[in-house]
Design a protein around this ligand. Structure first.
Ligand SMILES: C[S@@+](CC[C@H](N)C(=O)[O-])C[C@H]1O[C@@H](n2cnc3c(N)ncnc32)[C@H](O)[C@@H]1O
Length: 210
């Protein structure tokens, strides 16, 4: 499921105010990756996390997204921020990247969108260095409606965008999201074999090690 043109531009606009969340995630990842290390963000969209990580310096940051519009937006955002991030276009299910390359991989709010999730996990495993880690952050399928309402409120959108986002959660995102058990099965069938799965009110955080 790609996001192109006006939809990508709208997403970039409504998620920009969540910058503090991207900054906090960047600090967390920076703590986990040595300064000369290499980090891949799979499906970075507008690139906010990858750019915040690059601002912290030292690490080589790459982003790979299937959407040509998002790659353009992310390159523009990196240029504007004055940081060097290599944003490339490509599908997570067949990444145009060499094996054993990255120390760390991040995939946020995107895994449920992948049409070949098992192949995606296999590719994530392939491009990580031995000992490298993947962090997948996504929505949990059994999220409570109240938790979604609060999550959307926190985005501080106007009433029309808040209504649209609530409908997107209800009719699209929750239907595509995985339960903890669903994730556990997908991971067991992947080359990672196992991993750590933590649940929060709205989402799951999965850490996998090659
Ligand atoms: C909801 S956006 C999330 C963007 C960003 N990670 C964030 O946290 O805001 C989902 C992203 O997944 C990307 N995507 C969907 N399918 C993909 C695939 N097969 N390979 C790579 N990227 C994909 C979309 O283009 C989009 O950028």
């Amino acid at each position: 499921m790609g996001m192109e043109g006006p939809i990508a531009r709208w997403y970039a606009r409504i998620t920009r105010p969540s910058l503090p969340e991207f900054q906090a995630l960047a600090r967390r990842v920076a703590d986990a990756v040595p300064p000369a290390g290499s980090v891949l963000e799979v499906a970075p969209g507008p690139g906010y996390f990858a750019i915040e990580l690059a601002k912290l310096g030292g690490r080589h940051v790459t982003g790979l997204d299937i959407s040509r519009t998002f790659v353009e937006i992310a390159r523009h955002n990196a240029l504007e921020a004055g940081v060097d991030v290599e944003f490339q276009q490509g599908n997570v299910a067949s990444m145009p990247l060499p094996q054993n390359t990255f120390d760390y991989l991040v995939c946020r709010a995107a895994f449920k969108n992948f049409s070949e999730p098992g192949t995606a996990l296999g590719e994530m495993h392939r491009v990580l260095k031995p000992g490298g880690r993947a962090l997948i952050i996504d929505l949990r399928r059994d999220v409570a409606p109240d938790a979604i309402r609060r999550e959307v409120e926190n985005l501080k959108l106007g009433p029309i965008n808040a209504f649209i986002v609530r409908q997107i959660f209800r009719f699209m995102l929750i239907k595509r999201a995985y339960t903890k058990g669903g994730f556990r099965q997908l991971i067991a069938d992947s080359p990672f074999r196992g991993g750590d799965i933590q649940e929060s009110l709205v989402g799951v955080e999965i850490t996998l090690t090659k």
